[in-house]
Design a protein around this ligand. Structure first.
Ligand code: ASP
Length: 351
């Protein structure tokens, strides 16, 4: 009898401390952070972004539901977002001061901590696939510029004319940025349509729109990836955090997956993605606590012009629980777990 009571007590104790079961799979996505406010987003544009975030969940969710890997889900969702001119990645990327699109991307497989990245590529249609090829089919982690493009060709990845990435909206943003900085406006790129007579009417003035995905699959493997055109009017081969493993992207099974977006210089200095994971691994912080702490650090870091760092992160913990944090007025973001309802948010104050 006493033995039975003791066993019952033990069982009760185990129930009280057992964590909630992990979802079979989960995914979290971002489409960039910045000055995204209700006042400067028309209902139509807002609906376009919400629909794009829903598409991302559907694409990633169906791969994970079918037992596909987190790496496959991350790549597939980012490829779709790279093709979507709404986002600053692939087609629709922002322009450099010279009027070029220089694209950066990275991916990490948390099951092996293998990683791949490309930076400053101008002709690869899907930079995220080039990053994955670097991870899986080379001995390296990061390839840049013409070397990365030569590698992408050897891997049979799709190559496009630089004009493929052109969008009028991003060109107008570049012209505004260069005028404000008293810099010359370059010629429109070859293959771009002729300049419209009326100024482009895109209502947002934020320069971001990077995309990122973190996925947790039915085998418990976590992967993370990020893809971007960088920041409008960048010069001198500037590269931000997105292709830097540990800054813009990180994944480690049982611990975390992270993708960041924001002013990359600060995210590199703070080592955002790896710091979030280290806090979760060694300090016992939850994904939300770690994300909040590290975004506060980004906001406390000052640039040479005195401006503070800004942006946001999406995070999954080792069991697929999602969190996000930002210090900007908005971040396009969405998450879903197996059998759950999608959560799609834009403005910082949305619950
Ligand atoms: N983090 C990117 C960069 O600095 C930009 C962004 O996320 O919007 O290149």
């Amino acid at each position: 009898m006493r033995l039975l009571a003791a066993l019952a007590l033990l069982a009760l104790g185990a129930c009280a401390t057992a964590p909630a079961p992990a979802p079979r799979w989960s995914i979290v996505v971002h489409g960039g952070a910045g000055v995204i406010e209700r006042a400067n987003l028309t209902p139509d544009v807002e609906a376009q972004y919400r629909a794009a975030m829903q598409r991302a969940l559907t694409t990633g969710g169906s791969i994970l539901e079918a037992g596909g890997s987190s790496v496959d889900a991350v790549e597939a969702v980012i490829r779709e977002m790279e093709d979507d001119p709404l986002f600053n990645a692939g087609r629709g990327a922002v322009f450099t001061a010279e009027g070029r699109n220089e694209l950066d991307a990275s991916i990490m497989d948390g099951s092996t901590r293998a990683a791949g990245a490309v930076a400053g590529v101008t002709v690869v249609r899907h930079p995220i696939s080039a990053a994955r090829a670097v991870m899986e089919r080379s001995r390296h982690v990061m390839l840049v510029g013409s070397g990365a493009e030569a590698f992408a060709r050897t891997q049979g990845l799709e190559i496009v004319e630089p004009g493929y990435f052109f969008t009028e909206r991003r060109w107008q943003q570049l012209e505004q940025n260069l005028r404000a900085n008293n810099l010359p406006i370059p010629q429109r790129p070859a293959g771009a349509p002729p300049a419209p007579r009326a100024e482009n009417a895109w209502p947002d003035d934020h320069q971001f729109g990077t995309v990122g995905v973190v996925a947790y699959d039915t085998r418990g493997n976590i992967a993370a990836g990020t893809s971007t055109g960088g920041t409008t009017g960048k010069r001198w081969g500037r590269v931000g955090d997105s292709p830097v493993i540990g800054a813009g992207t990180y994944a480690q099974n049982g611990v975390c997956g992270v993708s960041a977006t924001g002013t990359g210089e600060f995210f590199i200095r703070v080592g955002v993605a790896r710091d979030i994971c280290a806090r979760m691994q060694f300090n016992g912080e939850s994904a939300q606590e770690a994300a909040d702490h590290v975004i506060a650090e980004v906001g406390a870091a000052l640039g040479s012009d005195g401006a503070a760092g800004d942006g946001g992160v999406i995070v999954l913990d080792g069991r697929g629980t999602a969190a996000w944090a930002m210090n900007t007025p908005g971040m396009y973001r969405a998450t879903q777990t197996a059998g759950g309802t999608p959560v799609i948010q834009i403005f910082a104050d949305e619950e």
